[in-house]
Write a protein that binds this ligand. Structure first.
Ligand SMILES: Nc1nc2c(c(=O)[nH]1)N[C@H]1C(S)=C(S)[C@@H](COP(=O)(O)O)O[C@H]1N2
Ligand SMILES: [Mo]
Length: 153
């Protein structure tokens, strides 16, 4: 059994650490990866189940996925309806690439959103026009938006 832990935090009622044991308990066989992403098979858990376990706050609008290499994706909840985490290939083997846990976003605006080696899931609650912010991805910014705004003044 893998010994990875992934934090689920932010705009949730009950933050927790997802482990393989918990994922297995959530796994009722209803997520068949190959039905959502051709060519992808193995053991998976739906993002819905993972977020449901933490209970989203009412204002939740986006989810940010942080990876071991500091790559991250920030995705509106409405693009995440079919999203899932793959954490084993067939016969219990670990992922060849992007393990121990990889996000797949079948409804996503880009394949670049399929974050590999996820270490943290941060639920974000944005307000006003920011609530409709579209998906973004990349390596972590070293400058905050406020700092950038100052620089461009
Ligand atoms: N952790 C992490 N995940 C990542 C990336 C990355 O650099 N680091 N690149 C993304 C981009 S831009 C793409 S196109 C896909 C590439 O997936 P692949 O390596 O399976 O082809 O992974 C995405 N997930
Ligand atoms: Mo990409």
């Amino acid at each position: 059994m893998g010994n990875w832990r992934v934090k689920v935090v932010g705009a949730v009622e009950s933050p927790y650490e997802l482990t393989e044991e918990i994922a297995n308990r959530m796994n009722d066989g209803s997520v068949r990866p190959e039905e959502r992403v051709p060519g992808v098979d193995g053991k998976a858990v739906s993002l819905k189940a993972v977020l449901g376990y933490a209970v989203l706050t009412r204002g939740a609008t986006h989810v940010r996925f942080i990876a071991a290499d500091e790559f991250q994706a920030d995705i509106p909840l409405k693009e995440l309806e079919q999203a899932f985490f793959l954490y084993q290939r067939q016969e219990g083997r670990p992922l060849e690439r992007g393990g121990p846990l990889r996000l797949y976003v079948p409804d996503g605006s880009s394949n670049c959103l399929n974050v590999k080696s996820v270490t943290e899931v941060q639920v974000v609650a944005r307000e006003k026009e920011d609530a409709d912010r579209s998906a973004s991805f990349g390596f972590r910014q070293t400058l905050s938006p406020d700092t950038l705004r100052l620089k461009h003044r």
